[in-house]
Design a protein around this ligand. Sequence first.
Ligand code: FEO
Length: 381
Amino acid sequence: MYICDDIKYLGIYDKDLKVFEGQYEVKSGISYNSYLILDKFNALLDTADERAGEEWLINLKNNLKDKKLDYIIVSHLEPDHSSYLYKAAMLYKDAKIVMTQKAKDMLSLFFSDFDLTRIMTVKENDTLNLGNHTLTFITAPMVHWPEVMMCYESTTKTLFSADAFGRFGDTNEDTNFIDEGIRYYANIVGKYGGPVQTVLKKASNLEIERICPLHGPILTKDLNKYIELYNNLSLYNPIDNSTLICYASMHGKTKEAALYLKEECDKAGINSKLIDLVNTDLSYAVGYAFKSKNLVILSPTYDGDIFSYTKDFLARLKAKSYKNRNVALVENGAWAPISNKLIKTYFEDFKDINIISTITQKVSLTESLKEELKNLVTILK
Ligand code: FEO
């Protein structure tokens, strides 16, 4: 992948990976991005995941050729970017290893015998002159770990954004960013809206022509669109007026109601998405919940409690600080439905959740339930 004459892409697209971070389904895999700036002094930005390490090393050697490596810059210590740090440091013994103090403090947790005398710590706004290129370091704690920093290269106006602005899937900029980019954001960075806001404010003073994240495409077109997207996501604002309909169904009755609601939403021209919580990786539901203005949860009562898949979904939303949304609840139960009450109570720990409707389904999709769901559609509109 061509970036510009002096910045080389060393990343690997791991299309065979099925589950990222041991929990998020990635149907199209994920890339581990890494960059090399060639100048009077040559700088490597991050390494690679263990899975891609040997292939990445070949990319590094092919691009560096017989030049020396002066700096290895560590934006983020998470193993998907630093698994080959030790190996690269051993291979290029004259390179200084550049990272935040926090990263240095954490380094021994990942590499027990790293030579700490090679480490050059940098702090906010420190610069590193490579010749024609100058890097400015921007600390970005909790986007997504505490040691994270971004780098801005002023000659090419390139922001190396660490995990921020990443996406699951391939590195094609023209592949639709929105759904997979939001799913990535919500699940990986979603909890850290405040820190994302802080770093966006710092970046707002920069003239940026391209964003080079640690995953997914290098962004070069319409950058304000992505920055605005991140601004809204980190403020926990809905990205559009859509409605997410999530259901968990034991014997198909709750599903029937969910399908009916979806159909009525379609008829009413409401942009809606239907997700089966039992048979879909919950990261999709979390992603669409961050995207949508409204959330409808249809769920049975089980053992006098919230059905387990629904409970898992709610726990994920809570972990990601989900807030500022309209929520409608449709419980199902034959003799003692209590799911709505329990979910409402659960949402009391969230901020700015507006319960707009509660409906009880007594087993089947009756005519009266259909009417109630139609009424819900008018509220969602
Ligand atoms: Fe892609 Fe937080 O590592």
